[in-house]
Design a binder for this molecule. Sequence first.
Ligand SMILES: Nc1ncnc2c1ncn2[C@@H]1O[C@H](COP(=O)(O)OP(=O)(O)O)[C@@H](O)[C@H]1O
Ligand SMILES: [Mg+2]
Length: 257
Amino acid sequence: MTEQRTEAKADSTIGSARNPGANGAAIRTQQLTRHYHMGSSLIRAVDGITLEVQAGEFLALLGASGSGKSSLLNLLAGLDRPTSGAVLVLGRELGRMSSFELSRHRNQTIGIVFQSFNLLPRMTVMENVELPLRLAEVPRSSRPSRVKEALERVGLGERLTHRPGELSGGEQQRVAIARAMVNRPRILLADEPTGNLDSNTGEEILRLISGINRPSSAEEPTTVLMVTHERGLAERYAGRIVTLADGRIERIEQAEK
Ligand SMILES: Nc1ncnc2c1ncn2[C@@H]1O[C@H](COP(=O)(O)OP(=O)(O)O)[C@@H](O)[C@H]1O
Ligand SMILES: [Mg+2]
């Protein structure tokens, strides 16, 4: 533990690509800001966030509506670019990547899940989950087994030819998680993944995400950063809770586990 920290310090130069991910941080932000101009007013959605997420950690991002949770997650995901500051993922600074590198990074290093599932309605479950494999140019012959494996992992191995509209909300979110995980990313980012689900289904989704974070089998742990406004869920499943207010970190709590 102590050693990891020393290493992280020694390698904390922005943009250092040497041995990416060798230190303990999966994600690191430095004085990150994202400001929006709305007419004549300036909205400081993310207002100077310096945060480190350790590899294998399950971190929950809490905060009232409008506190900047989604804006921050989008910056970490490389879906949006900061106004200032830096995001390093596995030691690589996103701001130094070309759009091509950034989309490859999004496809292969991180999985993203949203509140609204974002499945393609005309495609079957199987086709939805296969999409990231096609983008990653995984050979056609090895795709069906990868898709099946990802769907079995979320307990949906029997729903391959359904379309999203034929599934319950909880099942649709499972498909979205399978799609996020099919390229075996090191990091899973989730923005209110239970926001459209009843509390029992939400709890099931959290158990699933928790199992992805710490698998019982030989699979690698996955770093999880989840946005939620449900404190109870965060307390039950996350190892650390970061609360945002007005685009800043208001509080950091370590779960007693
Ligand atoms: N694209 C945008 N353009 C202008 N303002 C935005 C945009 N996205 C978010 N905001 C504003 O930034 C603040 C933070 O929003 P958001 O990150 O969505 O918060 P949260 O996810 O915590 O509810 C809010 O005041 C919101 O209105
Ligand atoms: Mg949001």
